[in-house]
Design a protein around this ligand. Structure first.
Ligand code: SAM
Length: 247
């Protein structure tokens, strides 16, 4: 199948492939960190390492190529503590989802591609210990329908290219639908994003992960991670939190 002219394939530093979106002028993953490595190091591994729950409800914003969801399944099968998973993921681009069966997934994720195909065909997948919903919908609307979320993979296009998914109001909505011992992971280190997270009520951290670019983790309860003093940052900074009304 011919790739839609909206997208171009790109190989990233760890050898795994991602897409470049001409519409957003941005890649779906960091070419420097590597697409698979980014999914594992910035989202999935911190999620599994920092929670002690045996059942996880994960919100994957946004599904894209599905690397975060597939990397979650990969890590799930490699550990014993988490016994069951629910994943909820919105994705606006229905045409993108139709191209995914032709995408070359990294070797470690290949065993989970049949699950991806079922998700694309039926919008859901269910086994005895895994349940996944993939919904073609605007994430801002979708998050109003989910609750008690433990992990948020905040992986939209950048705040410059897709600001609606990084505002104070958006993070306030996420605050309302997440559990007390939740965790949000994101690649963005932008000050207006961190200020929006802090103003929405989250604690904001900058964990050090060897070999990858900086990232941000947010939580409601204190975690054993390097906490950013957001009050001091807000006083020093000329930036302000991203807001809906600016969109
Ligand atoms: C950076 S990519 C996500 C990469 C993805 N997490 C992965 O592992 O492949 C951003 C995605 O957000 C989608 N998107 C943009 N705006 C959206 C919205 N309002 N609601 C849901 N999805 C959206 C785009 O179509 C794109 O697939």
């Amino acid at each position: 199948m011919e790739l839609d002219t909206k997208y171009e394939w790109r190989q990233s530093a760890d050898g795994s492939y991602t897409l470049y979106s001409k519409e957003y002028g941005e890649c779906y993953h960091s070419l420097k960190d590597g697409a698979l490595r980014e999914a594992l190091k910035k989202h999935v591994e911190p999620a599994f390492a920092l929670t002690n729950k045996s059942h996880l409800r994960i919100l994957d914003i946004c599904f894209g190529l599905g690397l975060n969801t597939l990397a979650t399944l990969y890590c799930f099968t490699k550990q014993n503590r988490v016994q069951s998973l629910e994943i909820f993921s919105p994705e606006l681009d229905a045409r993108l989802l139709q191209t995914l069966p032709h995408f070359s997934y990294p070797k470690p994720l290949e065993p989970f591609v049949p699950i991806l195909l079922e998700l694309i065909e039926h919008g859901k997948y269910k086994s005895s210990n895994i349940s996944i919903e993939l919904r073609v919908e605007d994430a801002r609307e979708y998050i109003k329908e989910v609750e008690r979320i433990d992990i948020v993979y905040q992986d939209a296009f950048s705040p410059k290219k897709n600001p609606r998914l990084w505002t104070l109001e958006y993070f306030q909505d996420l605050y309302a639908i997440t559990s007390d011992d939740m965790l949000l992971t994101t690649y963005s280190i932008a000050t207006p994003v961190r200020l929006a997270l802090a103003q929405a009520g989250f604690l904001v951290y900058e964990p050090v992960v060897e070999g990858i670019k900086k990232m941000t983790i947010a939580s409601k309860k204190r975690l054993a991670l390097p906490l950013i003093d957001m009050e001091a940052k807000a006083k020093r900074s000329t930036s302000t939190p991203l807001r809906d009304k600016e969109q």
